[in-house]
Design a binder for this molecule. Structure first.
Ligand SMILES: [Zn+2]
Length: 413
């Protein structure tokens, strides 16, 4: 029995194929590459029931991952995050079957660990010495820490405004860390020049084909956690969109394996901020690719991506599943973050809060039905963004009693 049923890389634009035994980044035509598996063969060698005895991490799906030899597996215990019912918040927005897939609980505190675990493992298998990437923070933190675990060097470039904690995570891992006075797109250009000059292994979003394979495990887990059924709607905060592309790919693979109903797909929703909504603009026009979003800005830093290389794959996934794209305001997402914490005790990241806010709006518009089973991806822990929440709490002198102060408001924002 093989550890991986990986077959080859293929181009979704021109159908060119490549081997997974050598380093590849983009197709000759400039498109990202995707990983193909020998699903016909796997179908005859693995039953989904066999997974039950395996460890609760993403490597339980190793046949559907690209690492061929288990000795190259680099893990910090990532995956199988909880799929939590959200009854109070669901009641508040009239979505009784509201669930949260909580990625705040996995190593490095964000879903980026999934892509890093699989991407770094494959890099190790390919004999990579040093990787390089631009990042909005969390991906750089995850990749530099997993690279350290794999004894691979890393060079990370992030915007000066990226969350400070992610800067510290990169630095403590021993990465060569640089800040750029600009956006992730500017960081990307700097990395591209370094890759060419210093022959580094480029792991920029979708310039490396294996990160998406780690991200897709979110989709497999959701199906497994729902007893091999899919929900009606999945909302995903969309920057580079790799998770959304990955979830769509995963569900297609599960259909091919016969593990889920081949006629049922959740409607996928790409959630963006009004301050950076290129996918939403493209979707409204029915376009297959998104524009560059000028002067983008949002507190949901992970989705501040003015132009995504995989925009056409995100849009394909939306059109293919009768999904949609929606932008939420900064005020609405900050309000939703407080509502989720006060009603459910869950401190979600601003990107996750944007996705909850979008669910509320889509329910109000009737796009989400009361009977729909809805899964919101919370892509990271709120504690990684301590400055998003502005508070003003009363300070007592030792002799004072509670309620002595006039300003008895515990949180203002
Ligand atoms: Zn191509």
């Amino acid at each position: 029995m093989k550890y991986s049923y990986v077959s080859h890389l293929y181009c979704p634009k021109c159908s060119e194929t490549y081997s997974t035994d050598a380093e590849h980044h983009l197709c000759r035509c400039g498109s990202p590459l995707l990983v193909q598996y020998d699903l016909d063969s796997l179908k005859h060698h693995l039953k989904k029931e066999q997974l039950q005895a395996r460890n609760p991490d993403l490597w339980r799906y190793h046949e559907l991952l690209p690492v061929q030899d288990e000795q190259y597996k680099v893990t910090l215990g990532e995956g199988m995050s909880p799929l939590l019912p959200m009854p109070e918040l669901g009641e508040d927005m009239n979505i009784p079957k509201l669930h949260m897939k909580d990625e705040g609980t996995i190593p490095t505190g964000s879903f980026k660990a999934r892509g890093a675990a699989v991407g770094v493992s494959k890099a190790k298998e390919l004999g990579v010495g040093e990787l390089a990437m631009p990042t909005n923070g969390n991906a750089g933190a995850a990749w530099s820490l997993y690279a350290a675990r794999a004894s691979i060097g890393s060079t990370i470039v992030m915007p000066i405004d990226a969350p400070k904690i992610t800067r510290n995570e990169c630095a403590v891992s021993g990465a060569n860390l640089y800040l750029v006075n600009g956006l992730i797109s500017d960081a990307g250009k700097i990395v591209a020049r370094a890759v060419e000059r210093d022959n580094l292994y480029d792991v920029s979003t979708l310039k490396e084909p294996y990160r998406i394979e780690g991200k897709k495990t979110m989709g497999i887990e959701i199906a497994e956690q729902l007893g091999w059924e899919v929900p009606d709607v999945i909302l995903y905060p969309t920057g580079g969109g790799v998770g959304l592309i990955g979830i769509h790919k995963a569900l297609k693979e599960l259909q091919a394996l016969g593990w889920i109903d081949e006629n049922r797909m959740p409607r996928l929703v790409a959630v963006q901020s009004e301050g950076c909504a290129p996918i939403v603009e493209a979707w409204r026009k029915g376009d297959r690719e998104a524009p560059f979003w000028e002067n983008s800005s949002t507190v949901a830093f992970g989705i501040n991506v003015p132009k995504a290389l995989g925009d056409f794959l995100v849009l394909d996934a939306l059109y293919d599943t009768d999904g949609c794209a929606i932008a939420v305001s900064e005020d609405a997402l900050l309000e939703e973050q407080k509502t989720a914490a006060s009603l459910e005790g869950t401190f979600v990241c601003p990107e996750g809060a944007a996705a909850f806010s979008a669910a509320r709006t889509l329910r109000n518009k009737g796009w989400i039905q009361e009977s729909d089973r809805v899964v919101v991806l919370n892509t990271g822990a709120g504690i990684k963004y301590p400055d998003t929440v502005q508070i003003d709490v009363p300070t007592l002198q030792p002799h004072e009693n509670l309620y002595d102060t006039k300003e008895n408001e515990h949180a203002t924002n």
